[in-house]
Design a protein around this ligand. Structure first.
Ligand SMILES: Cc1cc2nc3c(=O)[nH]c(=O)nc-3n(C[C@H](O)[C@H](O)[C@H](O)COP(=O)(O)O)c2cc1C
Length: 306
């Protein structure tokens, strides 16, 4: 039995059994990764972005490995709301993990409609609103780097749900704290930071981009220092819980994010390399707390010494 209190609160309504969350788009709807890990042990799972209608996403090549990371331009391929409810939710109801639904949309009305429909499902404990996908022409970064759009989306979605509302922020802006501030002002309970960074790669023989979409979103260990700086920036400037994401591969990375201001962390790209990473991070966090006589892991949040 653990002697450490690993529970964390994200805003007033959401308590997680521990701070380790699986990031959107890297574990689908949970069924494949459940062959490797017991989903009931981790803090929460975030679904692949769901949109009102199914999306095929971008044409291949959609993924390429880079030094210390990967570029993806999946383009929010997903089964759509109806199929998510009929085919994916029943499985997610069976595994006893906290479910956070990530929503993507091309219009503000679509965000509101998705959240209004999903709000009826008891099993969904929170919404993470993706205003920061760099790989789609409609929505995505058009919203994510526009302060007024993020304010409007947050305010409108807030009216559609009483559940925990998390706004997933883009790092492709110069003042991420400003975005966290408007999210807070319009009623968000938390922000998650960061989504992927816009990047590209060329094939030196064909001189063509390695990604059909030309640019993609960079993720993995290569982005960790950027993500940490963004989490710290929000933590120092805005009083809102931050969920830290970006390049986490082991428990030491997770500790770093919590020290920098994160209340919880999400693991993304690492799931492709080591599908058991989330359980290993959880065990490592527990041992770190024991070794350092930390009784409540939440004490770590924003414990930086500058
Ligand atoms: C293949 C892939 C697909 C992704 N799809 C989504 C998505 O649908 N919605 C979303 O909000 N973020 C998506 N992300 C972003 C991740 O959730 C995460 O924010 C980002 O990858 C940084 O974390 P990491 O370095 O641990 O992967 C995706 C990332 C990858 C690698």
């Amino acid at each position: 039995m653990s002697e450490v209190d690993l529970t964390v609160k994200i805003g007033d309504k959401l308590e997680l059994k521990n701070p380790v969350i699986l990031a959107s788009g890297t574990v689908g709807y949970g069924n494949e990764i459940s062959e490797f890990i017991d989903l009931s042990k981790i803090g929460a799972i975030v679904t692949k972005s769901i949109s009102l209608h199914p999306r095929k996403g971008n044409p291949p090549q959609r993924v390429v490995e880079t030094t210390g990371g990967m570029l993806n331009a999946i383009g929010l391929a997903n089964v759509g709301l109806e199929k998510f409810i009929s085919e994916k939710l029943p499985f997610l109801e069976k595994v006893k993990s906290t479910l956070i639904c990530n929503i993507a949309a091309s219009t503000i009305e679509e965000y509101v409609e998705c959240v209004s429909i999903l709000d009826r499902y008891e099993i969904i404990k929170a919404f993470e609103i993706n205003v920061s996908c760099p790989n789609v022409k409609d929505g995505g970064l058009i919203f994510g780097n526009n302060l007024n759009a993020v304010a409007e989306i947050t305010g409108r979605v807030r009216k559609a749900t009483g559940k925990t509302l998390i706004i997933k922020l883009s790092p492709n802006v110069s003042d991420i704290a400003g975005f966290a501030r408007v999210a807070k002002e319009r009623g968000a309970d938390a922000v998650s930071a960061i989504n992927t960074l816009v990047g590209t790669a060329f094939d030196i023989n064909t001189r063509k981009p390695k990604i059909k979409n030309i640019t993609g979103g960079l993720s993995g260990p290569a982005i960790k220092p950027v993500a940490l700086a963004k989490v710290l920036e929000i933590s120092r400037n805005v009083d809102i819980p931050v969920i830290g994401i970006g390049g986490i591969t082991d428990w030491q990375d997770a500790v770093e994010f919590m020290i920098a201001g994160a209340s919880a962390v999400q693991l993304g790209t690492v799931n492709f390399v080591n599908p058991k990473a989330s359980i290993e991070v959880l065990e490592g966090l527990n041992k770190y707390c024991l070794d350092n006589k930390i009784k409540r892991i939440a004490e770590l949040t924003a414990s930086y010494v500058l």
